[in-house]
Design a protein around this ligand. Structure first.
Ligand code: BDR
Length: 318
């Protein structure tokens, strides 16, 4: 199995991602770190522990990370994820939190991997605050990272604003630092953004079938899909963040192209936009006034939606 660490802001679709990662035999989930995003970090931690319980996960370490973005106050996403961040389905869990901070847990797991010659795939589906802090504080962890496959950004439309995707918009400074540091440290980066995010959908009838099963993981997954369908008054809902973990085990379902990517940090209309440079001819870079060297990122441009939906359903139903 592929060793994976997830950084989450659970979150309806982070939950669908965690359920898949625990259940898929091709993933060895080593740790989960939490960050403010869809809801506050304490609620994210509570939701994450509950989802891991529902998935029947073994004692996977869960650590609390940043409670605030780098510079700006946290935003509220309860209009999408409900007041508890989990559509009202969160329940108390007896699962312990790690005593370590998210950054320290990440450092220890990644350095342990370096010690054994392994490399871990980092899968953030949240604002990149923890990841930025990690890479700037402990750049030596790069030797233990296979790649960073994150949900966030867009080469086209935004969702939090007309131009920016929520995870990047929530902490643009962190996203800029994380991408820049990854480029400097030669860590491969894949961006699973809004260009593919909405293309892996589950229908209400598939969700109802999941919810009618005896397994708590399937029941929760079905309920979350139905909640998302209700929120958007639609007959289908995306598995969203869970597409990232599908891409970990089935990379051929995703078409990516490599482009320079930078995050817009100005306070204007484009704040938090991931500027994907799709020009075929750039000209003399020495004449470019831009100071920061853009990071080359494998940008997901197309996904086989039915293939990932079937993979997700089969894994949750197994
Ligand atoms: C993001 O929005 C949130 O609803 C999801 O958790 C996902 O991370 C997509 O912009």
């Amino acid at each position: 199995p592929i060793p994976v660490i997830m950084d989450v802001d659970t979150g309806i679709d982070d939950a669908m991602s965690l359920l898949f990662a625990v259940r898929h035999p091709g993933i060895d989930l080593r740790a989960v770190t939490c960050v403010v995003g869809n809801t506050g970090v304490e609620q994210v931690a509570a939701n994450t522990r509950y989802v891991l319980d529902a998935a029947g996960a073994p004692d996977i370490p869960v650590a609390r990370g940043s409670a605030r973005p780098m510079l700006v106050p946290p935003a509220d996403a309860s209009h999408v994820h409900g007041v508890d961040g989990l559509g009202g389905f969160s329940r108390p869990s007896d699962r312990r939190m790690s005593r370590l901070s998210a950054v320290e847990l990440l450092r220890r797991e990644l350095m342990a991997a370096v010690g054994t010659g392994e490399k871990i795939t980092l899968v953030p589906s949240a604002p990149l605050t923890n990841i930025a802090l990690l890479l700037r504080t402990h750049p030596e962890v790069a030797a233990g990272i296979e790649r960073i496959l994150f949900m966030g950004g867009s080469a086209s439309v935004g969702n939090a604003t007309a131009t920016a995707e929520f995870n990047i918009w929530h902490d643009p400074e962190a996203a800029a630092v994380a991408l820049t540091a990854a480029g400097e440290l030669d860590i491969p980066v894949t961006m699973y953004g809004l260009d593919v995010f909405n293309d892996v959908v589950i229908s209400r009838s598939e969700a109802a079938r999941l919810r009618s099963r005896l397994d708590p993981a399937a029941q929760l997954a079905g309920s979350l899909i139905e909640f998302a369908c209700d929120t958007f008054d639609a007959d289908t809902a995306t598995i969203g963040d869970a597409g990232t973990v599908c891409a970990v085990v089935d990379p051929d379902g995703l078409r990516t192209e490599r482009f320079p990517v930078q995050v817009e940090l100005s306070r204007g209309l484009a704040r938090g936009q991931t500027v994907v440079d799709r020009r075929t001819w750039i000209g003399d870079l020495k004449a470019d006034p831009q100071q920061t060297r853009p990071t080359m990122v494998d940008v997901a441009l197309e996904v086989d939606g039915r293939r990932y939906a079937d993979l997700w359903l089969a894994t949750i139903s197994a």
